[in-house]
Ligand binder design. Structure first.
Ligand code: KG4
Ligand code: ZN
Length: 346
């Protein structure tokens, strides 16, 4: 059987990306352009600015991905794109590019869900067995737990009822006047901090819940910086580096504790032995290490995305699309972006 080679395209938020992947796992190329610099002064992603930046670099990136993979476009078996969820103007650019290329090159068109792609990222450059599994996707727009029987069978077990974990990192960082995006800034500041310095709330939503809530902890960080009556100024700018480090470490500790406890709860409920971890927040070293330790002590096997595939990329798009191609799940040219749920703001 010859290799199935797929071009993936990603433009759901603030990264334009293209990748070529063989057989769902083997990454032949993966390139991207991050727009962080364009959005940083707004403290969040501006959809129209994102869309314009996607237009400027999507074709050069696709050319680069194909060239780096060392193939000609004729060799591609399909063109895949994440068409949901995301920012509609941003998604539209990737969807239009994918439809145009699929039409011009006469290739099947495959649409995938961006969140499901984050799960697939654990399988990139890997071929080890990892199903059935409980999967945690933690990103800037989503915090979701899934029961996964196979790469294509994912049942939602729980999700955030308010802010996503990444969004909480971004908002807490903004309160602490740390640079955008907040996740990496909080992690860096926390390296020198005491995780026990401030006791931030751990919202568990009851003993059996698999849902998450992170809006309370963000408010607690704000209270901590403004004083309990919220009448004061945000003191973050006057705080010492050590105080900021302590708040960052304490915040990170509280978020990680909740994510780990709920994931283990889901693993116990389903009885699955594999735990998958993907999404931008999965790049967090404290989360990776803690979940690994706790999985080991519960005789569970953690499979986590390589750091380079945690944040948005197109290899995860082309990877998941392989299974859809095998199942004959292609789309026609009426494919449109679907923005459901995804949000990214201050
Ligand atoms: O998956 P992603 O690139 O985009 C979405 O699909 O949302 O995730 C971006 C999110 C941002 O909120 C960012 O702050 C967070 O992932 N993030 C991190 C780290 N690196 C990125 N959060 C915590 N620790 C990190 N090291
Ligand atoms: Zn994402």
């Amino acid at each position: 059987m010859s290799d199935k080679i797929i071009l993936g395209i990603e433009s759901s938020c603030d990264e334009t990306a293209a990748a070529v992947v063989a057989n769902g796992h083997q990454v032949l190329s993966s390139v991207l352009n991050s727009q962080v610099k364009l959005h940083e002064k707004y403290g969040g992603v501006v959809p129209e600015i994102a869309a314009r930046a996607h237009i400027e670099c999507i074709i050069p990136l696709i050319k680069e991905a194909i060239a780096k993979a060392g193939i000609e476009p004729e060799r591609l078996d399909a063109i895949a794109v994440a068409n949901c969820p995301g920012l509609t103007p941003a998604l539209l650019i990737g969807v239009t590019a994918a439809k145009s290329l699929a039409w011009a090159w006469e290739k099947p068109l495959i649409a995938v869900n961006h969140i499901h792609c984050h799960l697939h990222s654990v399988m990139l450059d890997e071929s080890a067995e990892c199903f059935p599994a409980v999967a945690l996707v933690v990103s800037g727009g989503h915090t979701s737990l899934y029961d996964c029987k196979s790469p294509m069978e994912m049942e939602l077990l729980g999700q955030t009822i308010d802010d996503a974990a990444g969004e909480a990192f971004d908002k807490a960082a903004a309160i602490l006047k740390l640079p955008y995006p907040g996740g990496p800034s909080i992690q860096k500041a926390a390296e020198n901090g005491n995780p026990k310095a401030v006791r931030f709330p751990r919202t568990m939503l009851g003993p059996d819940s698999l849902d998450f809530s992170f809006s309370g902890i963000k408010t607690s960080v704000l209270y901590h910086c403004k004083g309990q009556n919220m009448l004061g100024e945000n003191n973050a700018e006057q705080m010492s580096q050590q105080e900021i480090a302590d708040i960052a470490a304490s915040f990170q500790e509280a978020v990680v504790e909740v994510l780990v406890k709920k994931t283990i709860r889901a693993a116990k409920l389903t009885g699955h032995k594999y735990v998958l971890l993907g999404g931008g927040v999965a790049a967090n070293s404290v989360l990776r290490d803690r979940l690994d330790q706790v999985c080991c002590s519960n005789k569970l096997k953690l499979v986590v995305s390589q750091k380079k595939y945690c944040t948005d990329n197109a290899a995860m798009v082309a990877g998941l699309a392989y299974y859809k191609l095998q199942a004959g799940l292609t789309s026609d040219f009426s494919l449109e972006p679907v923005s459901t749920q995804r949000k990214k703001h201050k």
